[in-house]
Ligand binder design. Structure first.
Ligand code: SAM
Ligand code: SF4
Length: 326
């Protein structure tokens, strides 16, 4: 599967729910999300059929996301079914880690290769302030469990905010001295107009980099496909790596290989593009797999060349991040 700019589309982000057990202030309102009826969200059989079609078209890696994917009942079994598709795609997951300690072993046994864990602070009171829930200890236990069962390397995703966790950037980076983890800083993307978080609240990755340099020289590591858009570095003597992802200030769209399927059965070619292709109708009106493949190909073909987030004609995405899947 290729888009009109010749990019090979091999990576599917699959959102299985828009619900979550946290309420991160930059992602979700306090009230959570409107209750979708069962009919609004794709059933696992439908998500599997979409993924199977995407794999026939060349998808090789599937990242399960949400909302919080681990809150959806039956997720372990679903991961197992994804991993057993004929093309044997690599299955990964992005999670807030709250339920990971209890599920890590089963997920690993089902075929989950790796997890990305989102964690923006190492301080319990800040965790509660940001997520409006408690549970930092559970997340830390989840990281440990994922490491114990061999979902390696552990990747931690942190969004640096100028007035919230900037003073923890070096604390997070220091974790790589003792642990063989990838600690990745990702620029905040101002996509949700109704959540009171604007560009000014985020921190440019260049500023993160200067703070990291106070810990010693950063050795730039050669780019690997598994690092996606992250530029990876190593601190002197570190076991793990530090990653910088300039989602807003940088332009990595030229290498974008992603397609996003959301829980309501719509596909986006780009996180920041409100154009969506509906799959649910075809899934439910008796259309055959060829139609499904044609819709996926059309969505891939419609991928914009690059995001316009820094441009004058940028339109705020019509969904919040928990509804797209990050
Ligand atoms: N609940 C899971 C989690 O938090 O990892 C998966 C879904 S969450 C929407 C996926 C990722 O998107 C998380 O790492 C989260 O921090 C990130 N995210 C949410 N809103 C964002 C924003 N406005 N800019 C950048 N990243 C964002
Ligand atoms: Fe939930 Fe993830 Fe959004 Fe936080 S970032 S509210 S954990 S979906």
């Amino acid at each position: 599967m290729q888009d009109q700019f010749g990019r090979k589309i091999e990576y599917l982000r699959l959102s299985v729910t828009d619900r979550c057990n946290l309420r991160c202030r930059y992602c979700m309102p306090e009230s959570g999300v409107a209750d979708l009826t069962h009919g609004d969200v794709l059933r696992y059989e439908e998500l599997l059929r979409v993924t199977a079609a995407a794999c026939r078209l060349g998808i090789r890696k599937v990242r399960v996301t949400g909302g919080e994917p681990l809150v959806r009942r039956g997720i372990v079994d679903f991961i197992g079914r994804l991993a057993n598709l004929p093309e044997k795609p690599e299955i990964t997951l992005t999670t807030n880690g709250l339920l990971l300690a209890e599920l890590a072993e089963e997920l690993r046994a089902a075929g989950l290769a790796r997890v990305n864990i989102s964690l923006d602070t190492l301080r319990p009171e800040r965790f509660e302030e940001l997520t409006r829930r408690s549970g930092l200890e559970k997340v830390l236990a989840g990281i440990e469990a994922a490491e114990r069962v061999g979902m390696l390397p552990i990747k931690l995703n942190i969004i640096p905010f100028a007035d919230f966790n900037a003073d923890e950037i070096v604390d997070f980076a220091r974790l790589t001295l003792e642990h063989p983890w990838d600690v990745r800083f990702i620029e905040f993307m101002p996509i949700s107009a109704d959540l009171d978080y604007a560009s000014k609240d985020g921190m440019p990755i260049s500023e993160v980099e200067s703070r990291l340099r106070t810990l010693g020289e950063l050795e730039a590591l050669p780019h690997q496909a598994s690092s996606g858009p992250a530029q990876m570095y190593r601190l002197p003597g570190a076991k793990g790596r530090v990653g910088l992802i300039p989602s807003v200030s940088g332009h990595f769209c030229g290498d974008c290989n992603r397609l996003r399927v959301m829980a309501d059965g719509r596909v986006r070619g780009c996180l920041f593009d409100n154009e969506e292709t509906d799959l649910k109708t075809a899934l439910r009106d008796g259309s055959d797999d060829q139609i499904l493949e044609e819709l996926l190909l059309a969505a891939a073909c419609g991928k914009p060349q690059k995001h316009k987030i820094n441009g004058k004609d940028f339109m705020t995405p019509s969904r919040r991040m928990h509804g797209i899947g990050g």
